[in-house]
Structures are given as structure tokens and as C-alpha cells.
Design a protein around this ligand. Structure first.
Ligand code: PGA
Length: 236
């Protein structure tokens, strides 16, 4: 299973190091078999030396090596730390920062060319969910425009916008129905994200076609996150 944590705009450089130290200790001691991904804020990046099961990635980057893009980081800045994993298309980038599908696809193409592991996010807002499953699938398919689904280093995270950071998790039935329909098009591992917590991790990981979770809020506490990894380890 893939167990991923998105720090968003949380944690400092110091607290990220502390977090990773605890996480490393847990993963090593428990002999966990999960593929763990951590996306800290850009200010906390470092050439981390971690066991191969723990990968650190960037939450965002501009699709350039370097240049005049104030406030952004590019390939040169990521390469300094030897990182090869990126999150693209997160709902906060799309809906808060106004990132278009065209820009998401440009980022995808650029970082695909660089051989990055890409966790590509998609998900519908509430008004689309309320229209029913056909609208949900159409909306999510539109977020695949310009995305090479045959890319071998791809992971797709389905994260309904209305479930992110709201405490409102999609029901297992909603998740299962959506992932099953997305699976017809997407062969890459599929994650669910949106208010995943230790107490719903098991039922979500047991859903057919669900290959893991992308966790925000509940993962910012390292003990909580380790608990989720442990739940994945204990699955039959
Ligand atoms: P949440 O965030 O767990 O706080 O809902 C999930 C995400 O945005 O990846």
C-alpha cells in the first residue's frame, strides 16, 4: 500500500526533521512493508537520508529548470536535494491558487520527462458530486486531459474537494464506485484522500481498487501517521 502525507503549509524545517526521525524509527522498528511518501513544505527540504521505503517529495514546482518565476521553485532547486517525487494538481493548487488543467498538464509533462514519480491529484467539488456519479466521472476525466496515463512512475490520488480538510469523508460506497469507474481508464495505483484519519483508514484501505491513502490534517502528528501505517501493515 501507499501511505502518503501532505504537510501543506504546516511544519517547519526543524519539526520536519524531528517528524522524519520518528517516522524512520517506526518504519525500521516495525519492519513496515508500506511505501511511505512525505511532502513537506519547500523550506523544509533537505538531502534526507532515509530508508528506501520512505520517500520525500515536493508539494509543487514550476515546470522549468530555473528562471524568473517569483515564489516558485524549479528543477534546479529540487535537484539540490536529490528529490525525485512531486505532487501535481492538488485541489488547493487548482481551487485556491487557480491552477488550470493546462498548467497541471504542463507540469506533468515536464516532470515526466525528468523521470519523477508523480502523485497526480484529481477530484470533484460538492456541486458536481450532487449531480451524481456520471458528472463526477466526467469532471474527473477532464482533469486527466493532457496527462499520460501510461507513465510508469504515476500514482493517481482521487480526492473529492468537498472532503479535503472538512472532516467530511466520502463514504466507502462513494469511494468504491468512483475508484472502480476511474480504474477503467487508470491502471496506475489509485489513492483516496479527503479527511482520512486513523479511525477510517482500515475501511478505506479495504476498498477494492484503493491502493493507498493521501493524508493531510491527520498526518501532521507523526504518531497518528505511524498508526495509519501500522493499520495498513495489519491488513489481512
Ligand atoms: P485532509 O487533506 O486529509 O486534511 O482532508 C487531504 C489532502 O489534501 O491531501
Amino acid at each position: 500500500m501507499i501511505i502518503a502525507s501532505n504537510f501543506k503549509t504546516n511544519h517547519t524545517r526543524k519539526s520536519t526533521l524531528k517528524y522524519l526521525k520518528k517516522l524512520e524509527h517506526f518504519v525500521t522498528q516495525s519492519g513496515s512493508k508500506q511505501d511511505v511518501y512525505i511532502f513537506p513544505p519547500a523550506t523544509a527540504l533537505d538531502p534526507f537520508s532515509l530508508p528506501p521505503r520512505i520517500k520525500v517529495g515536493v508539494q509543487n514546482a514550476y515546470p522549468v529548470e530555473k528562471g524568473s518565476f517569483t515564489g516558485e521553485i524549479g528543477l534546479e532547486q529540487i535537484n539540490e536535494f536529490g528529490l525525485k517525487t512531486i505532487l501535481i494538481g492538488h485541489s488547493e493548487r487548482r481551487h485556491v491558487m487557480g491552477e488550470t488543467q493546462k498548467l497541471c498538464a504542463q507540469k506533468f509533462e515536464y516532470f515526466q520527462e525528468q523521470g519523477f514519480k508523480i502523485v497526480y491529484c484529481l477530484g470533484e467539488p460538492l456541486e458536481i458530486r450532487e449531480e451524481g456519479i456520471d458528472s463526477v466521472i466526467d469532471y474527473n476525466h477532464a482533469q486527466l486531459e493532457g496527462i499520460d496515463l501510461s507513465y510508469e512512475n504515476l500514482i493517481v490520488a482521487y480526492e473529492p474537494v468537498w472532503a479535503i480538510g472538512t472532516g467530511l469523508t466520502a463514504t466507502p460506497q462513494q469511494i468504491e464506485e468512483t475508484l472502480t469507474k476511474l480504474r477503467q481508464k487508470i491502471k496506475a495505483p489509485l489513492l483516496y484522500g479527503g479527511s482520512v484519519k486513523a479511525n477510517n483508514t482500515k475501511e478505506i484501505l479495504e476498498i477494492e481498487n484503493c491502493d493507498g491513502i493521501l493524508v493531510g490534517t491527520a498526518s501532521w502528528d507523526v504518531d497518528n501517521f505511524c498508526q495509519m501505517i501500522e493499520i495498513a501493515d495489519n491488513l489481512a
